[in-house]
Design a binder for this molecule. Structure first.
Ligand code: 7PJ
Length: 285
């Protein structure tokens, strides 16, 4: 299919699963957030998240990414107990159904509880930098997504600045990879993510999209998460995030076409349709 002068990752080890990267995988986003319509509507929130996850799987999601912490700038921090309460029952139920479940967290306690509940991927926007996270990652055998962010979710959007955007991101990912390997993680577990929207301007974000191949050339599976993000909305002149479906699908397709093996998206059905068209072209003589 593709012929490049570098070695693309073709598989990704996620505990007992070996993810086949010969076609791009869709990671569907399952947010577990408190039900604003009832006080203490814990059951509702669980049911809604599980139903959403099952629906995304039906629509063609290969991985379900369950998250209970908002990383929007200025969002309130969530305690360990609260994040476990939100996320772990949803992870357990979706894993029990046989889906490949990822947990979007930075907290080692949430990672550990999610692994016990059956998660096969740990997706950490802080690249296992919180104390204790590397150790949990090392004994997990799970797929590990390491993402680049400049600053913290609270500060990242005030004046992001780079001398060498691509070089700095790559150096950071290599350093985090080396730190994990030193703790006993196997290279086959690691997936890179340049962190679209995390401490980056509009120009930075589209530069990392344009240069996807450079990160793919690192030889690890490469994940792109741009779904409904601010820069996508800015490019498409669409201030309402719920109306950024076509623009997000366009971005996901551009990333996949440049070699990204995993895309993290809200709109699985639409992304799947776009990928199917691309795959039809790829398969043709
Ligand atoms: C990402 C993520 C991303 C990875 C979020 C949002 C913000 N994990 N978690 N990559 N974004 N790996 O979806 O707008 O880009 S939360």
């Amino acid at each position: 299919m593709q012929k490049d002068n570098f070695e693309r990752a073709t598989t990704w080890q996620c505990r007992d699963r070996v993810m086949d990267l010969s076609r791009p995988l869709i990671m569907g986003i399952v947010n577990v957030t408190p039900d604003s319509f009832s006080d203490g509507g814990t059951h509702n929130e669980f049911e809604a998240a599980v139903a959403w996850g099952k629906r995304l799987a039906e629509q063609g999601a290969d991985i379900l990414d369950v998250g209970g912490e908002s990383t929007r700038p200025g969002a309130a921090e969530v305690s360990v107990e609260e994040e476990i309460r939100r996320v772990v029952p949803v992870v357990r139920e979706l894993a029990r159904e046989g889906f490949a479940v990822s947990v979007d967290t930075s907290k080692p306690e949430v990672m550990q509880a999610s692994l016990e509940a059956g998660a096969c991927i740990l997706n950490d926007i802080r690249a296992f930098e919180l104390p204790g996270a590397e150790e949990v990652a090392a004994q997990s055998g799970a797929g590990l997504v390491i993402m680049h962010m400049q600053g913290t979710p609270q500060t990242m959007q005030n004046r992001p600045d780079y001398e060498d955007l691509l070089g700095e991101i790559e150096a950071y990912l290599k350093a985090r990879e080396a730190a994990l390997l030193a703790k006993g993680v196997r290279l086959e577990q690691i997936c890179w993510d340049a962190g679209f929207g995390f401490g980056k301007t509009f120009e930075h974000n589209f530069s990392i999209l344009k240069h996807t191949e450079r990160f793919v050339a690192g030889g690890r599976p490469y994940l792109m998460g741009l779904s409904r993000k601010t820069s996508i909305g800015a490019a498409a002149n669409q201030p309402d995030p719920s109306k950024r479906i076509v623009s997000s699908v366009a971005g996901a397709l551009l990333a996949a076409e440049r070699g990204a093996q995993i895309v993290r998206v809200h709109d699985v059905k639409e992304t799947r349709e776009a990928f199917d068209v691309w795959q039809a072209m790829q398969a043709a003589r």
